[in-house]
Every structure is written in structure tokens, then in C-alpha cells.
Design a protein around this ligand. Structure first.
Ligand code: ATP
Ligand code: MG
Length: 197
């Protein structure tokens, strides 16, 4: 491609992008859903959280599935002065056998989340692995959708989990699916600190 051709193409591209930018004028918080079987949902949510905190904003994380407590992200973020980190009480884990206890823990975590969604001091809230609570019937999506709709207008919310409840998808502003093409684990690589947790 000649230089002038390239310049023409770039000029046209710039016009299209500028036009899109001029049309996006609304200022408000968004609901982002990160779903799919591939690796990268929670880490993306936390990357966005870092971005917000970097701008002086205030945030909170609620982990709906209690895995390893001392994850790198928890150790990194827990002392941040403008961040609250909650791990769901007794906690649902893959090994859990006690459905009643799981439901109680899910409800307690939801109570915390509801409080945050009603609090305009919080700019960003990450509801990590919350989607499983709907999948297993531990939480009802209706009150969650209500609280999300009624949250402060500037508040951003990110929900992660492999499968997303349909009512959440209906009200989301951004939905990204992380597709699994390959994962080192299946190639025999052990989960490692700094990459998996
Ligand atoms: P991450 O926290 O690394 O962003 P994630 O939130 O997208 O991952 P989860 O479903 O929450 O994925 O699973 C978390 C853990 O499972 C991580 O240790 C991750 O490396 C691993 N994992 C994620 N996807 C896969 C996959 N397709 N196969 C095997 N392990 C996976
Ligand atoms: Mg995750």
C-alpha cells in the first residue's frame, strides 16, 4: 500500500471514530458482565478496579465463591485505603455439601452487596463469581436486578462468572464473553501463584 493510500484510509477511519465519539455523550455508570469458559474474567474485573482506584475512586469487591483466601489480588488490594474486600462468609466452594448453609452465606453476601449498591460513595463494585448464585438457585435474580437498576447513577458494577443469568444480561451495558481456546492446565501445567491465584 502506498503512503497516500494509507493516509486516506487512516483519515476515513478517524472520521468514523470521531463520529462515534461525538455520539456517545451520556455520562453514567455501567453494568459490565464478564462471562464464558475462558481464563480472564476475574482478572479483567480487577484490572478495571485498579484503573478506578488509580483515579482516586472508591471500590468494593465481594467474592461469592470462597476459594483460596490468600490470593495475590487479595493480598495486593486488601490494604488499599479506598477499597473494601468481602469474602462470602462460610462460603460456597466446589466441595461444599451443605446447600442450606450455602444459601445462608449467599444471602448474607447479597445483603452486603445491596448495601454497597445503595451507597453513592462507591464508584465501582465487583461482584465476583456472583453468577453461580443464580445458577444454583441460591439467590433470586429479581431483587438483584431491582437493586442494580436503582443504584446511584454514576456507579459502575462488574459481575463475573462462567454462565450469566438472563435477567442480568437484559439490563447490562457491556457484556464480554471470554472464550476458552486453550488452557495451560489441560496441557499439564500446575496452577501457579501470580497467574491462577
Ligand atoms: P482469572 O481469575 O484467572 O481471570 P476467570 O475468573 O476467568 O480466571 P474462573 O472461572 O473464575 O476464571 O476460574 C478461576 C481459576 O480457574 C483460575 O485459576 C483460572 O486460571 C482457572 N481457569 C479459568 N478458566 C479455565 C479453563 N478454561 N480451564 C482450566 N482452568 C481455568
Ligand atoms: Mg473468576
Amino acid at each position: 500500500m502506498s503512503d497516500s493510500n494509507h493516509q486516506n484510509r487512516m483519515q476515513r477511519k478517524k472520521e468514523v471514530v470521531d463520529e462515534r465519539i461525538s455520539r456517545a455523550t451520556e455520562e453514567r455508570g455501567v453494568l459490565i458482565l464478564l462471562k464464558g469458559n475462558g481464563k480472564g474474567k476475574s482478572s479483567s474485573a480487577l484490572g478495571t478496579l485498579a484503573r478506578s482506584l488509580g483515579h482516586g475512586q472508591k471500590g468494593a469487591v465481594i467474592q461469592f465463591i470462597k476459594g483460596r483466601r490468600e490470593t495475590g489480588e487479595y493480598l495486593f488490594f486488601r490494604d488499599h485505603p479506598r477499597l473494601d474486600w468481602h469474602i462470602m462468609g462460610q462460603g460456597f466452594t466446589w466441595e461444599t455439601q451443605d446447600r442450606e448453609r450455602d444459601i445462608q452465606a449467599a444471602e448474607a453476601a447479597w445483603e452486603i452487596a445491596k448495601g454497597l449498591l445503595g451507597d453513592p460513595a462507591y464508584n465501582i463494585i465487583v461482584l465476583d463469581e456472583m453468577s453461580y448464585m443464580f445458577k444454583y438457585g441460591y439467590l433470586d435474580a429479581v431483587p438483584v436486578v431491582e437493586a442494580l437498576k436503582n443504584r446511584p447513577a454514576h456507579q459502575n458494577v462488574i459481575i463475573t462468572g462462567r454462565t450469566m443469568a438472563q435477567p442480568l444480561q437484559e439490563i447490562a451495558d457491556t457484556i464480554s464473553t471470554v472464550q476458552d481456546e486453550r488452557h495451560a492446565f489441560r496441557g499439564g501445567v500446575k496452577a501457579q501463584a501470580g497467574i491462577e491465584y
